[in-house]
Design a binder for this molecule. Structure first.
Ligand code: HEC
Length: 229
């Protein structure tokens, strides 16, 4: 057999230039590697792809916006429009100071509380205790804030009548300021005359009690005894 007539062996290592990375690669392995690489790559894009078109639209949109902006704000490009001495807009300095707002509180009360305690604040005998002239509502505001935030369940006596109901908590659905406004309203409506409630007080108590179950009325009374009977 003449060596020169032998078909090249596909799996024979091809002698590349010394130090060349293909050193030691067989033809078969090369073909395999190539097809692997070809699979990993996207097909070469023909013509255009969608991205440039999208950018063209973006620029058109931007141009349109710029046109609108100029039409509205250019002041006809008149030099007279630019007034160096124009008074600067008064900056809205600092955070807004909360003012307890009984009118806002009333609206929230009608949505969140009146179904049980009634718009009259008189409650429903045997089921929902009155808030009008209730000693729970008057005096220190911690009691009512906690009751609103966490809810109440268990026996409670209001103005000589016993109730054993279940008041849901609203801490998740109402913000500090909203709860402050509701409490402010309840404490000033129907002949009640207790101090307004601040949102910071609600925030402080919300933080202190965390997310918790309903209070038993007894527990709340121990922490915040009634000032009036
Ligand atoms: C689903 C009915 C229901 C809703 C809604 C409800 N309450 Fe009550 N509330 C009750 C019941 C029942 C009690 C008595 C709880 C008990 O028996 O332990 C109560 C007790 C109270 C008390 C203490 C007792 C009193 O009469 O002074 C206050 C204050 C109070 N609720 C205020 C509110 C406020 C403010 C809202 C709205 C944010 C509200 N409640 C929403 C049912 C409700």
């Amino acid at each position: 057999m003449n060596d020169r007539n032998r078909q090249p062996d596909r799996n024979r290592p091809r002698p590349g230039p010394p130090g060349h990375p293909s050193d030691g690669l067989t033809d078969g392995r090369l073909v395999e590697l190539h097809s692997q690489l070809a699979r990993d790559k996207d097909e070469p894009a023909q013509g255009f792809s969608l991205t440039p078109i999208f950018i063209v639209f973006l620029f058109c949109g931007f141009g349109f916006w710029a046109g609108l902006y100029l039409t509205r704000n250019s002041g006809q490009f008149s030099a007279a429009v630019f007034d160096l001495d124009a008074p600067k807009a008064v900056a809205d300095t600092g955070p807004k100071i909360f003012e307890p707002d009984a009118a806002k509180g009333e609206k929230l009360f009608l949505v969140n509380c009146a179904a049980c305690h009634q718009p009259t604040g008189l409650g429903v005998p045997g089921a929902f205790p009155p808030l009008a002239a209730s000693p729970w509502v008057a005096g220190a505001d911690e009691r009512i804030i906690k009751a609103i935030l966490a809810g109440l369940a268990g026996e409670i006596e209001i103005k000589g009548a016993k109730y054993n109901g279940n008041m849901p908590n609203v801490s998740a659905s109402l913000k500090d300021a909203q709860i402050a406004n509701i409490a402010t309203y309840v404490r000033s409506a129907w002949g009640n005359s207790a101090e307004p409630v601040m949102d910071t007080k609600v925030a402080e108590i919300r933080k202190a009690i965390g997310v918790r179950g309903q209070y038993a009325p007894k527990e709340l009374l121990e922490a915040h005894p009634l000032e009036t009977k």
